[in-house]
Design a binder for this molecule. Structure first.
Ligand SMILES: [Zn+2]
Length: 276
């Protein structure tokens, strides 16, 4: 793929990538001295609810219930299997098993804003990332991969870091997922940056060229913006204009064409504003 020869950003990588993101956002970004320890924190008891009986038109759940044409077999409704591209992970739906590890992880061949630590993805997601970054480059938009897969212990350290930094779990829960509850642990989620490092993992990233391009085009490669603006009551997290999630093109296209913003709505699952 095309590569921009200059300005390949190397942020204190693992630190930024690990310490930040509910991905988990950071405003401001932490410094090297903020490095969290890698001790595994306490694990909250999983809290799950049964799926609601209502689902919006155009969702997989509605299609499944009505048996209409939208219930195309190509659109998976497997939101419970952690190995499925359509698994739904949120504050009411921890990974099962909670220390789930993807069977295969690879480092995508794209510009990294880190040193490669915590930048791997599942092969299907990695391939789609390579395709998306190449398409962006063709439009003179230069994306970087800031953070990909994070293991259970790494997420535990990330969450502990934010709790210690902000003094309370309640505050940290707005932008950092507890271990076992992070999409990053699926190997399907990643955070993008812009190659000049503008607003990396910060709310102002939404105004960058990179964020605008991704918002308009990511669905063509099987991605969705997982934490849209104003949807914290459903997703559990503040808006993250950098956090994308691979679901496959069938699902991303179906969501886009039907105006469905969140996986919770698409599958007719309960809102997940908190850990319940
Ligand atoms: Zn993220």
């Amino acid at each position: 793929m095309r590569r921009r020869p200059t300005r390949r950003l190397l942020v204190t990588a693992a630190i930024l990538a690990v310490a930040v993101s509910g991905c988990g956002s950071s405003d401001p970004a932490p410094t090297a001295s903020d490095l969290p320890s890698l001790a595994v924190g306490e694990i909250p008891a999983p809290a799950q609810r049964s799926p609601s009986s209502t689902a919006p038109a155009g969702s997989a759940a509605a299609a499944s219930a009505s048996g209409d044409a939208a219930s195309d077999d190509s659109v998976s409704d497997d939101y419970a299997d952690p190995s499925a591209a359509t698994v739904v992970v949120n504050k009411r739906r921890p990974l099962t098993p909670i220390e789930f590890t993807p069977a295969d992880l690879i480092l995508p061949d794209v510009p990294l804003a880190t040193d490669g630590v915590n930048a791997t993805l599942r092969p299907d997601a990695a391939k789609a990332v390579e395709e998306m970054f190449a398409a962006a480059a063709d439009d003179d938009v230069w994306l970087t991969l800031v953070s990909g897969y994070r293991s259970y212990p790494v997420q535990a350290a990330t969450y502990d870091y934010w709790v210690s930094r902000n003094g309370s779990p309640e505050e940290a829960d707005n932008y950092s997922a507890r271990p076992g509850y992070s999409e990053h642990q699926t190997g399907l989620a990643f955070d993008i940056g812009q190659d000049d490092g503008a607003c990396t993992l910060r709310s102002c990233f939404r105004d960058t060229t990179a964020a605008g391009w991704a918002s308009a085009n990511a669905h063509e490669f099987g991605f969705i913006l997982r934490y849209p603006e104003g949807r914290q009551d459903t997703t559990g997290f503040l808006a993250e204009s950098w956090h994308y999630r691979f679901v496959g093109t069938d699902t991303s296209s179906a969501m886009r064409s039907n105006g469905v913003e969140t996986l919770e709505e698409f599958f007719g699952l309960p809102d997940a504003p908190d850990y319940g």
